[in-house]
Design a protein around this ligand. Structure first.
Ligand SMILES: *[C@@H]1O[C@H](CO)[C@@H](O)[C@H](O)[C@H]1NC(C)=O
Length: 236
């Protein structure tokens, strides 16, 4: 979610990159320019750019995500994440050694789940299709950056490490079909409880999901930096 590829881009009137016209380099000290440019770049990054080895982020595919915590085992398979192209960059700091991005997104995950164990106060089990709609997840990503020479002989930014945290501001809505093998008497109260207590439930299960989304996005930014020389991403 985390299009902090955005970091790079920016709008100095008239300046543009040789690699793509939608990359508008700014001076890194011009924060308003960097923020505007980052937001402008999100829709170009989201569908992926195969010639630069950038996978699609919207839709984003995740084969398997497992969460195991406090006696609850949750596995998501064949998940599709929709909505990343609508992410807004709320804050950004870019310099040559460290880059920081604050991004806000609404996303919907859908796929198949298996769930077994103890969910807060309820024993639960189920297997089937699911959707999970998250409104206003705000993710902060901080990355350490080095400048390395690319195969093109030019300097490129390279992400050497990163970390993230997140906060869901507005809501999460869960639909787990076929909980308790379709037994509504058991399933309905659990569904209601989960949705009424979405924040506590997400505290239990969301970590690996958010990590997977951020990690895919960082991979995309890494590929972007590998493809485009840093001299085209900012004005010296
Ligand atoms: C979910 O599982 C069902 C039953 O195994 C299968 O028919 C369906 O294609 C799966 N859906 C996804 C998105 O993998």
């Amino acid at each position: 979610m985390l299009r902090y590829f955005c970091l790079l881009a920016v709008v100095l009137v008239g300046a543009k990159s040789a690699s793509a016209p939608w990359i508008k380099p700014c001076q890194l000290s011009d924060n308003a320019c960097v923020l505007a440019s980052a937001n402008a770049i999100v829709p170009f990054m989201a569908p992926g750019i195969p010639e630069w080895n950038m996978k699609s982020l919207d839709p984003m595919k995740m084969d398997i995500v497992k969460s195991e915590q406090s006696g609850l085992k949750l596995t998501f398979r064949n998940t599709v994440v929709d909505g990343m192209k609508g992410c807004k960059v709320d804050g950004i700091k870019v310099n040559k050694g460290k880059q920081q991005l604050l991004i806000r997104c609404d996303v919907t995950l859908s796929g198949n789940y298996t769930l077994t164990g103890q969910l807060l106060i309820f024993p639960v089990e189920g297997e089937g299709p699911y959707t999970l709609s998250i409104r206003d997840i705000v993710i902060k990503v901080v990355a350490n950056i080095e400048t390395v020479d690319g195969p093109d002989g030019k300097p490129h930014w390279s992400i050497t490490s990163w970390k993230h945290n997140y906060n869901i501001k507005t809501s999460t809505v869960f639909h787990f079909s076929n909980l308790f093998n379709g037994n509504k008497v058991l399933a309905d109260p659990v569904s209601k409880f989960m949705n009424d207590n979405w924040r506590e439930v997400m505290d239990e299960v969301a970590g690996p999901i958010v990590y997977a989304i951020v990690s895919n996005t960082v991979d995309s930014v890494k590929a972007f930096y590998a493809a485009v020389p840093s001299s085209e991403l900012h004005i010296a």
